[in-house]
Design a protein around this ligand. Structure first.
Ligand code: COA
Ligand code: AMP
Length: 637
């Protein structure tokens, strides 16, 4: 690989098949593919179509067979339980093979779905890999989602088995996972054949006879099994993510392309060698957790840190630096919001000074826009390259980044640097016309996407096309807006649809609207994302009440907040509601959400010629401006 980004990038675009075939040599294939890229069924592309491999084999067995039995695979660091545990590749393989055996005994075969609803504990990693080992398709559901959201995913994925834990620990709070699980199964029409529950000391669950099995009991009797070869294009997992409607989208990831690019990215994007310690402070329920807590580091033979804690409060804003120092982390990955949380409590960096973090070579940030203020603060404090990288659940690995493993390009604050090899990023206007440098528009990627990106949506090819490829034929529509400057640096300014990003978590305003609209006193409503200095964005509900209501406004607002928390989850952070007289609309009745977003963000906007009633828009403008000014005044920064 030449040490020149430009050459590597150009090769990936001019000869993609050759480029990715070379990368695929780093993966062990039971049967080598004969075709690198099958494009016979556009817009569905298949990488390494007829190849056969096993992702778990590449992540574990391969390293053990090559002398790494005693090497640390996972460091579980849990300030919330006061424990640190190191798990070797040999030990992890033993656990995974046994759970895979137990699942096979319960009748799980290749292609069956297994939902994983677990906190950040090693058993979650064991479960993901055990599924991969026997070709079962896992679908991890983030713990911050409500039972209703879990139920929607159970209904869609139709799992034979659900694997969960008695509880999660969120700072001071204990989250009753098992109670949530019971409720979700009650709500779902589809019922799993059984559940396996890991009992945590903090809170034991009352297992349901005939349905639940205790993890320890299951493991005690289990016989280890080997890896099953699967096709490159067989699904490894489904990961649900928020779309513009209430129903989440089941992003399907295949085995072959995923293994190839994750291993490639560990070396060339993140600059790591086997044996290095890598830490992604995310959650296994998000794509970052899948790619860079579990699969990427293990495929590359690194040590991965599994951190069950927060950036602040577990116990203080020095928590991240303690972990980096204690485990000699070489590359660290987190979200800008986590850095802002630290900045808020330790602006002078006094907690950082308590630790020796010379081991740390790069800090990668992703999940939301890295605002220049946060970038400058953290890069000056750490005095190492701070690398913004832009990607999505759909792509599974970065679209834009900087490249310590190839060439570290000059950093421009506010930009995640340049296109990752394999991605041809362009900017189009609303009519699909290509825009010039510095002109803002829709960020799209020319098809085919590189390996490892989504292959479709679970059992919904039509929805895949409608969501991603119909709007701009020949391109994948990212849903993000932004521009590319004259030097080829990409600037991602935010979503152009009804998806918002709260503390690095992707949420659908449409889903929140659907919940609020059910309140008996609500006539109509809109939810928009408004800027927040800590979380990047927060949802704000604008609600028009029915004319004949008895309840006081405060009661209604509290009801609405509780409803969203119950139906979507605490993670929605839905805590702000404004009662308004009317919502601005076009003459055809479409609510002007985009205009309201622009007003709240203090951006220029054009009054559409089709606006129904300009006075309504003026009223909303005044309300939103007053509201945002109040928020600024109360800001803790
Ligand atoms: N299970 C259950 N509840 C959860 C949860 C989980 N896994 N994760 C978060 N929640 C709850 C929180 O406890 C909080 O509840 P509350 O309303 O009762 O306080 C709510 O969901 C909102 O959580 P969050 O947005 O995380 O806010 P916070 O105030 O608890 O923490 C940060 C703020 C910035 C510290 C935190 O958001 C953070 O660490 N963000 C980094 C995000 C990240 O890594 N994203 C991955 C993309 S790379
Ligand atoms: P998710 O699918 O949860 O990973 O969220 C993906 C969305 O997060 C993207 O579509 C962007 O809107 C946003 N995002 C992620 N990383 C970045 C980044 N580095 N810069 C700007 N936006 C980002």
């Amino acid at each position: 690989m030449p040490g020149n980004y430009r050459e590597v990038y150009e090769q990936s675009i001019s000869s993609p098949e050759e480029f990715w075939a070379t990368a695929a040599e780093e993966i062990y294939w039971y049967k080598k593919y004969t075709t690198v890229l099958d494009d016979s069924n556009k817009p569905f592309y298949r990488w390494f179509d007829d190849g056969e491999l096993n992702t778990c084999y590449n992540a574990l067995d391969y390293h053990v067979e090559n002398g790494c039995t005693e090497k640390t695979a996972v460091i579980y660091d849990s300030p919330v339980t006061g424990s640190v545990r190191k798990i070797t590749y040999g030990e992890l393989l033993k656990q995974v093979s046994k759970l895979a055996g137990a699942l096979s005994n319960k009748g799980i075969v290749k292609g069956d779905r297994i939902i994983i609803y677990m906190p950040m504990i090693p058993e979650a990693v064991v479960t993901m890999l055990a599924c991969a080992r026997i070709g079962a398709i896992h679908s991890v559901v983030f713990g911050g989602f409500s039972p209703d959201e879990l139920a929607v995913r159970i209904e869609d994925a139709q799992p034979k088995v659900i694997i969960s834990a008695s509880c999660g620990i969120e700072g001071e709070k204990t989250i009753e996972y098992h109670t949530f699980l019971n409720r979700a199964i009650e709500l779902s029409h589809h019922k799993p054949e059984c559940c396996i529950v890991f009992q945590r000391e903090v809170l034991k669950a009352n297992l349901m006879p005939d349905r639940d099995y205790d993890w320890d009991e299951v493991m005690k009797d289990a016989k280890p099994v080997g890896c099953i070869p699967v096709k490159s294009t067989d699904p490894l997992y489904i990961l649900y993510t928020s779309g513009t409607t209430g129903k989440p989208k089941g992003v399907v990831r295949d085995n072959g392309g995923h293994a190839v690019v994750l291993k490639w990215s560990m070396k060339y994007i993140y600059g790591l060698e086997p044996g290095d310690v890598f830490w992604a402070a995310s959650d296994i329920g998000w794509v970052v957790g899948h790619s860079y807590i579990v699969y990427g580091p293990l495929l590359h033979g690194c040590t991965t840190v599994l951190y069950e804690g927060k950036p602040v409060g577990t116990p203080d804003p020095g928590a991240f630096w303690r972990v980096v120092s204690q485990h000699q982390v070489k590359v660290f990955f987190t979200a800008p919001t986590a850095i802002r949380a630290i900045k808020r409590e330790d602006t002078a960096g006094d907690y950082l000074k308590k630790y020796d973090v010379l081991c740390l070579k790069y800090l990668f940030l992703a999940g939301e826009r890295l605002d220049p203020n946060t970038y400058h603060w953290i890069s000056e404090l750490l005095d190492i390259p701070v690398i913004d990288n832009w990607w999505q659940t759909e792509t599974g690995w970065p679209i834009a980044a900087n490249f310590p493993g190839i060439e570290l390009l000059p950093i421009k604050a506010g930009s995640p640097t340049k296109s990752v090899p394999g991605y041809k990023v362009e900017i189009l206007d609303e009519n699909g016309k290509s825009l010039n440098s510095d002109e803002q528009g829709n960020i799209v990627i020319k098809l085919p996407l590189p390996p490892g990106t989504l292959v479709t949506l679970w059992q919904d090819d039509e929805k895949f096309k409608e969501s991603y490829t119909d709007r701009f034929p020949g391109y994948y529509n990212t849903g993000d807006g932004g521009y590319i400057d004259g030097d080829g640096y990409i600037y991602v300014m935010g979503r152009v649809d009804d998806v918002i990003n709260v503390a690095g978590h992707r949420l659908s305003t449409g889903a929140m609207e659907a919940v609020i609209a059910n309140h008996p006193d609500v006539a109509e409503c809109a939810v928009i994302g408004v800027a927040d200095e800590l979380k990047g964005q927060l949802p704000l509900g604008l609600v028009v009440l029915k004319s004949d209501i008895d309840n006081c406004h405060e009661t209604i607002i509290n009801d609405l907040i509780a409803m969203v928390r119950e139906r979507i989850g605490a993670i929605a952070s839905f805590k702000q509601v404004l009662i308004v007289n009317a919502l601005p609309k076009t003459r055809s009745g479409k609510v002007l959400r985009g205009v309201m977003r622009s007003i709240a963000d203090g951006q220029e906007y054009q009054v559409p010629s089709t606006v129904e009633d300009k006075t309504v828009l003026t009223d909303i403008e005044n309300i939103l401006k007053g509201y945002m000014a109040g928020r600024k005044e109360n800001s803790k920064f």
